[in-house]
Write a protein that binds this ligand. Sequence first.
Ligand code: KMH
Ligand code: ZN
Length: 271
Amino acid sequence: MEKLIITAAICGAEVTKENNPAVPYTVAEIAREAKSACDAGASIIHLHVREDDGTPTQSKERFQLCIDAIRRECGDAVIQPSTGGAVGMSDLERLQSTEVTPTPEFATLDCGTLNFGGDEIFVNSDNTIFNFARIMKERGIKPELEVFDKGMIDIAMKADRKGLLVRPLHFDFVLGVQMTATVRDLSFMAGSIPQGSTWTVAGIGRHAFEMAAAGIIMGGHVRVGFEDNLYLEKGVLAQSNGELVEKVVKLAKLLGREIASPAEARGILGL
Ligand code: KMH
Ligand code: ZN
């Protein structure tokens, strides 16, 4: 089996210090959390940024500061800016994270609209998705196709048929938001993408490590981090993103899967 790529989603746009005091807001805190994740074995940092008071922002300047700081701490780690941002942001606002220097090699592309809990709806119309895909292709940015249910794979395939994506594709199955995080559903997702594609699974909340173990066994890759889950185990808050990554590394070792370095991750993903 290929080596395991671990992505650390260190910050997100929704979780706060009230949920876990280690959630990073400032540039220094974001760099600290990225370092803890890379030191533990993450080769990709999935990045959202915040203002110092915790407000999510897609500001190009803030992304640039955070990316430069992460680069100083994490050497050659792959930095994957979010183009999802936070619920309610405009498309132009969201795309700013790709306007940094140098142009990112990888960024997220959310492939559908979904219920995000309570009254929140994360809106991604077909035109938004196709436009983001076109811009990423023009800029040479590989999209990580964020799919929260099977219909979003089908929308991604529409973009593929329109020539807006470059194969091989890479998907992130985010399970436990709109679609349940079960091995049955993960298998359905993994069986629904084109041959030759790669995939990562992110299990939300209490599903994080079940989905990580399933991803390791099934030959996929794994995402963990505060964006998805704040707990190391039931009732025990993680003190850093590094602790969450360390737990995935331990699972991988137990299950006989080696961990990919950033250079190896680039090779596997064709970055
Ligand atoms: N914060 C969510 C609304 C992404 O990073 O592309 C969107 C999100 C997906 O987190
Ligand atoms: Zn995200």
